[in-house]
Ligand binder design. Sequence first.
Ligand code: GLV
Ligand code: MN
Ligand code: MN
Ligand code: MN
Length: 395
Amino acid sequence: MMRLAEIGATARGGVCRLALTDLDRVARDQFLSWVRELGCEISIDTIGNIVARRPGADPARLPVMTGSHLDTQPTGGKFDGVYGVMAGLEVMRTLNDKGIRTAAPLELVVWTNEEGTRFSPIMMGSGVFTGQLSLDDMLKKQDRDGVSVQSALAAIGYDGKRNPGHPVGAYFEAHIEQGPILENEGISIGVVTGAMGQRWYDIEVIGLESHAGTTPMDSRRDALLAASRLTVRVNEIALEKGGNTRSTVGYMDVHPNSRNSIPGRVHLTVEFRGPEENMLAAMEQELNQACDRYSEPGKLDFSIRRVADIKPQPFFPPLVDVVRNAAQELSYTHMEILSGAGHDAVYMAKAGPAAMIFVPCKDGLSHNELEDAKKEDLEAGTNVLLRSMLCAAEM
Ligand code: GLV
Ligand code: MN
Ligand code: MN
Ligand code: MN
């Protein structure tokens, strides 16, 4: 993990390695050299997912898969995503060291663009792999500079040949919790029962650029003012709804962004999360109403585009039991937990059996350069992953 953290290292100790950039290529190349050393068969699909396969004794069995992502947030840390990949690598190394051959083949996957920062939506690679997102649509998605996923994949040499998607017998993903619960409870293993749903929006507010000194206060069409009102309202929506819902404006682009011009156009993002679909639907209704209200008919235009819609997803109870039993047998403290973050395991759970293992992270902090985790906890999570995969590979 520390070796990968050098690739895109930031001055504050974090990592900036956006999906399908040159730094992503370097991290992927490093991953490939590690799995080649283990003797894995490697395949890359047309959305750039990498699968490293360790053959099993029984070729008729479906693979037991694990993995996560190597892309990061712009001010990301050393663990989000990388931990799940490296835990899987450690599992395979351990089995090689011990000369253990599993009945089912094992697969270690690196998913393309989990973070959804450079290209929306999030969890793109697993979404395509499981048929939840269309390959053609995703290849056409563009970043803010107009570069498409397809050309970014080609530019880094990860535009693979394989068609995305094959049957998987069981999928496990280890991840830092990215929140404070396990640390506060003093517990080393989170047995993840499911993940919240998410709805993402791109919103464009159109007003009119005009002179800051000469335009009277009552005749302005200030897009930033309206976007700011909407931002406050978005925050209130989850506060009012409660029930573990979340609402965030994380990005705003102001045009022309000049001190003495009234802002004529703002692009902002809104995202909602919550454990139940009806909560998300109600939040969306509130968002639409707020946009109507702040548009002050005739003065401002709001255009709202939903860019991601991921339903709340329970994990497969028998696999959740496998994780719980593994933690139990290894005498680690453990508790059930719901994920507020998105993970590739969510899409995998829509297509087949999947479960996740969480470990605590320092101060519950993630999507932050200071993200940190204790070695003992990372080791515990990896041991639980090993035991869970062994169990599923012989089941
Ligand atoms: C991705 O990291 C997400 O959960 O937003
Ligand atoms: Mn992650
Ligand atoms: Mn993340
Ligand atoms: Mn995530």
